[in-house]
Ligand binder design. Structure first.
Ligand SMILES: [Mn+2]
Length: 334
């Protein structure tokens, strides 16, 4: 099991967050990377997760083709040059867990689109790293400093989705006939298991080997301690709900916990995951920069990418601001 942490000691990384199936934004960022790479201005391209799941109608959702392009890019440039971190939206598919915001359901469209790519894409998701640690002292991750997981950094480093899934599979196998559980599902969720399995997981019917996976997902979500840590790491709401003083102290502890074995003490975190209401980034505090490259920027065209020299020490998040740039020049009015 390789580590879920990628340690980088050199090279300039172009960092892009939360594209959520936005084909136009993706093409702009990749074109920019080709230019920067060719001129020697950047050596790495890092996606901070949540490449998939558009918030809009199907015609705006290019999740699968974006993802296949990232996989092809990584094959072309190599896994140390093109890096994608796991986001909560990708994670939900590893565990067959439905993701929704209010009435809007994210997961069914992607499950139905997967088709013949299913195995390769899910295996790609299952192998994605969670964090990048740099000699610059900048920690990269999808959701930000998840102060809930500070005591579980080693668990995240050695995380094995396949083991969590296999444990749940073994539990279901030992239960034998699952019919009572499917009936119980209907009582709890008020919907037929078969209908939901078809809708959420694109299974054919009860004879499909993936038929129990919806049940397996609820079992893991309810029972697995490891999964709970991963969930906290990828779904954290960060500073929301905590006083600023408490939060800043906890972020420092979080970064210290990630510094163990890192190429340098990790002093600043860069993440995506949450909307930045006033542009393409938020300087949350001295230790955290939140980056929105498209879907979470307001407006979208205010989206930014970050160029990070992995070898040049950074001591505070505001030192990163001069290294933010745009690919939407033509879209912005001046
Ligand atoms: Mn997210």
């Amino acid at each position: 099991m390789p580590s879920r942490f990628v340690d980088l000691t050199d090279g300039v990384a172009m960092i892009v967050s939360d594209l959520h199936g936005d084909r136009d934004a993706f093409d702009r960022y990749v074109a920019r990377f080709h230019t920067l790479y060719a001129s020697g201005a950047a050596q790495r391209l890092i996606f901070l997760g949540d490449l998939i799941h558009a918030y809009g109608p199907p015609y705006q959702d290019h999740s699968l083709s974006l993802l296949l392009d990232v996989m092809a890019l990584r094959e072309r440039y190599g896994p140390q040059t093109v890096i994608m971190l796991l986001g909560n939206h990708e994670m939900s598919h590893i565990y067959s867990i439905a993701l929704a915001k209010g009435e809007f359901e994210f997961t069914p469209r992607f499950e139905h689109a997967l088709g013949r790519h299913r195995e390769r894409v899910l295996s790609f998701f299952a192998d994605l790293p969670f964090y990048v640690r740099t000699a610059a002292g900048v920690l990269l991750g999808h959701a930000g400093p998840a102060v809930e997981v500070t005591g579980h950094v080693a668990l995240l480093r050695d995380f094995d989705h396949r083991r969590v899934l296999a444990e749940a599979d073994a539990l279901l196998a030992s239960a034998g006939d699952l019919t009572p559980y499917y009936e119980r599902y209907r009582e709890v969720y008020g919907a037929s298991y078969q209908d939901d399995a078809r809708h959420y997981l694109a299974v054919r019917g009860p004879d499909d080997p993936r038929y129990p996976h919806l049940l397996r997902g609820t079992l893991i979500a309810q029972r697995s301690r490891e999964f709970a840590v991963l969930w906290d790491a990828l779904f954290t709401q960060n500073e929301l709900g905590l006083t600023e003083y408490t939060y800043v102290q906890q972020v420092r502890e979080f970064l210290a916990a990630f510094s163990d074995g890192a190429p340098a003490p990790q002093r600043v975190m860069v993440s995506g995951h949450i909307v930045t209401p006033l542009g393409g980034y938020v300087l949350v505090n001295r230790y955290h920069l939140r980056l929105s490259s498209a879907a979470h920027a307001r407006p979208r065209e205010a989206g930014r990418y970050l160029l990070l020299d992995c070898a040049q020490p950074i001591h505070a998040a505001n030192e990163l601001l001069p290294h933010l740039d745009t690919v939407f020049e033509d879209e912005l009015e001046d």
